[in-house]
Unconditional design. Structure first.
Length: 89
């Protein structure tokens, strides 16, 4: 299901799945590092984050892994969500 709090500006960067039987509304495909960085910058601005707060692909992934660990999500599920092939320390 599509998150209701995302703006259409950010969702336009995802490839929409047209197959009605699919469980995901988007396609899993890689984005270039520049495109992802631009998206993060725009989302941070829209969310009202402070301009001096540096948000990077790495910091977002690290934050997510920390939250998943604190929620007692198994490492194998965390790796599947983040696309990691090994657990981080």
């Amino acid at each position: 299901m599509c998150p209701s709090d995302f703006s259409s500006k950010h969702l336009s960067n995802l490839a929409i799945r047209t197959n009605d039987t699919a469980s995901q509304w988007f396609l899993r495909q890689q984005l270039g590092v520049n495109k992802l960085g631009q998206m993060l910058k725009a989302m941070a601005k829209d969310a009202g984050f402070l301009k001096h707060k540096r948000i990077t692909n790495h910091s977002v992934r690290k934050f997510l892994v920390k939250k998943l660990r604190n929620a007692n999500i198994p490492p194998t599920e965390t790796m599947a969500i983040t696309g990691q092939n090994m657990s981080s320390p």
